[in-house]
Ligand binder design. Structure first.
Ligand code: F6R
Length: 600
């Protein structure tokens, strides 16, 4: 989704801005732009549709690096993908330049009321914002006041991360945020502003987090932050614990493959964090477990892959902790809250910690006074900051749009959390060590999944994943993975439901992948595989050792049955990867998608 970077006081601005944009590419975008300026007021605005590399080529050709600048990757919301609609947007008199993440709900009303005599060049809400700043500046307001005035007029569910330059004071950046993340990077020489710390780690690892309602003025040698009451405040920077190499692909052709391979290490890292050397749980804290034990029902709220991880986690909370658990899609829960129990406890699952739909639910839940815990991969994100409690997923930076290792981390951390509330009846720590070994064994067997994907999916337009129980939950995730990157329309299905309608979609050679790891239902699932095979489907079975049969496409090693989702998901990730590769598509950056979905 949209990304922002800006710098001042760092010397040549362009290289930092371009590098920042390149690091933001993984989030998904369809156009990009950069505005460069220096103390003399010389400036350059360059925008391009498509890849950042195209923008970089054009920007470098001008030979002007600037000493301050702002840049943006845009994921279209208001208006088509055009150069005109790309950011930065500017005021008609070329005085103000603005980049914006988020959505301004009442932009049409603002345009009609205040700007009816202004010529607009784009269809964006952002141009309305920048023209409005200019409108108030022309009425005699100082820039910061005009900026604040514009912000005060944004209504409803409007969300923003703004970064503004005034050509009358070109090296100063005006910053504001609400519901859309923005951080200020602090270095020995100058400042950066960014929506994603990873974009600026080549400049600094020290960041000051802006909160909703903050306005900041960033000059080459000073930073001033005003909180929502307008008070001048000091916020201490935090140091990002990230190795720049973690965000590189190294020798891998795609981030997704690197991240699939990292899952064994992720499993070990999580165990290393949540268990001490004697195998005792650590790092969760009684404040969390006491509150959870008081609850009469857990509500897991998440989107996409994280929602699928929640479906698996439900089993651990119910079976081990004995607490009834519901799993909800955040975009639904936000506007149609179901009837709640008397003492609910909320668990938000999120890789990014910034998903707007989940943030909306957290906002609502907090207003109702219910306790909430966020499990997120990006700590210091909105969802971790705003919940009562937060626990890290420790998957390391996940760059590919298709989530893999964050899913695994979510399942594992939920299992550990549930085991802190009730006894799983086996040594979870030892079993997780086994899981790590077996994940490694499956990822070492990549070539098998490459062959399966090329054979079953190269020319297909549709496919199915089926399973029962926990395998049905994994089937949903497997289907999402395959469809989102290969564009093969794939349905994940509880196998028993097929005969109630969907089986009519099975045609000659339709690929049906069956996940078979749960003993209780293995026989039934075999029957369902036979039913689709009898109707012409090409069946591909991934079965665990205890229930495998001759002819199965892959035999999964066995760990405790409740942890089998951690193994069963790996082949499905690799199948999705290789099917996408076979179709000549960009694995890491599927069309229309964004890594961090910050709009509702
Ligand atoms: C799919 C995927 C998405 C995310 C979803 C929620 O591969 O990555 O479905 O899981 O957008 O995002 P987070 O987990 O950041 O809240």
């Amino acid at each position: 989704m949209c990304g922002i970077v800006g710098v001042t006081g760092v010397g040549d601005a362009l290289p930092y801005l371009l590098q920042g944009l390149q690091k933001l590419e993984y989030r998904g975008y369809d156009s990009a732009g950069v505005f460069l300026t220096d103390a003399s007021g010389k400036n350059e605005l360059i925008k391009e549709k498509g890849r950042v590399s195209k923008l970089a080529e054009k920007a470098e050709a001008y030979g002007f690096n600037g000493t301050a600048g702002i840049a943006h990757t845009r994921w279209a919301t208001h208006g088509n993908v055009t150069v005109e609609n790309a950011h930065p947007q500017k005021s008609a008199n070329n005085r103000f330049f603005l980049v914006h993440n988020g959505v301004i709900e009442n932009y049409k009303e603002l345009k009609d009321t205040y700007l009816s005599n202004v010529d607009f060049v784009s269809e964006t809400d952002t141009e309305v914002a920048v023209q409005l700043v200019n409108h108030f500046a022309e009425e005699g307001m100082a820039t910061v006041d005009a900026f604040r005035k514009m912000i005060s007029m944004l209504e409803g569910n409007s969300a923003y991360g703004f970064l503004l330059v005034d050509e009358n004071d070109p090296e100063t950046l005006y910053v504001a945020k609400k519901k859309s993340p923005l951080l200020i990077g602090v270095s020995d020489h100058g400042y950066a502003v960014t929506s994603d710390a990873a974009a600026m780690i080549d400049l600094t690892k020290d960041f000051v987090e802006l909160r909703d309602g903050d306005v900041a003025i960033v000059k080459p040698d000073s930073l001033t932050i005003f909180d929502e009451n307008g008070d001048d405040i000091v916020r201490e920077p935090f140091t990002l614990e990230i190795d720049p190499e973690d965000t590189d692909k190294g020798a891998y052709p795609y981030y997704m493959l690197k991240e699939v391979d990292e899952q064994a290490v992720v499993a070990r890292n999580i165990a290393g964090h949540y268990y001490d050397e004697d195998g005792n749980l650590q790092g969760i804290g009684c404040a969390i477990t006491d509150k959870m034990k008081e609850a009469d029902r857990l509500y897991i709220v998440a989107a996409g892959t994280s929602y699928h991880a929640g479906l698996v986690g439900k089993r651990y909370f119910e079976q081990w902790a004995k607490i009834p658990t519901e799993v909800h899609i955040s975009s639904e829960f936000a506007y149609d809250q179901p009837m709640l129990s008397e003492k609910p406890f909320f668990i938000f699952l999120s890789q990014s910690g910034e998903t707007a739909d989940s943030r909306e639910v957290l906002d609502n839940v907090k207003k109702q006074g219910y306790p909430a815990l966020t499990l997120a991969n990006v700590m210091n994100s909105t969802l971790t900051r705003e919940a009562d409690f937060a626990l890290p997923l420790l998957a390391g930076p996940e760059i590919a749009v298709a989530s893999t290792k964050a899913y695994t981390a979510q399942v594992i951390v939920q299992a550990i959390l549930a085991s802190s509330l009730g006894n799983p009846g086996f040594d979870l720590k030892a079993e997780l060590a086994k899981v790590a070994v077996e994940i490694q064994a499956i990822t070492d067997d990549k070539e098998k999944f490459k062959a399966i994907a090329e054979d079953a999916l190269a020319d297909q337009h549709s496919a199915f994943y089926i399973g029962r129980g926990l395998d049905a939950a994994v089937a949903l995730e497997a289907a999402l993975k395959l469809k989102e990157i290969s564009y093969i329309q794939t349905e994940g299905f509880a196998a028993g439901e097929l005969k109630h309608g969907t089986i009519s979609l099975i045609e000659d050679k339709t690929p049906v992948f069956a996940l078979l790891t749960q003993k209780k239902t293995a026989g039934l699932l075999r029957g369902e595989v036979a039913q689709v095979a009898a109707r012409g489907a090409k069946t591909i079975v991934f079965a665990s050792k205890g229930v495998a049969k001759e002819g199965d496409a892959f035999v999964l090693p066995e760990v405790n049955e409740l942890l089998m989702p951690l193994l069963a998901v790996i082949p499905t990730q690799l199948v999705a990867y290789y099917a996408t590769l076979a179709r000549g598509l960009d694995v890491d950056r599927p069309r229309n998608l964004a890594k961090s979905v910050t709009v509702q």
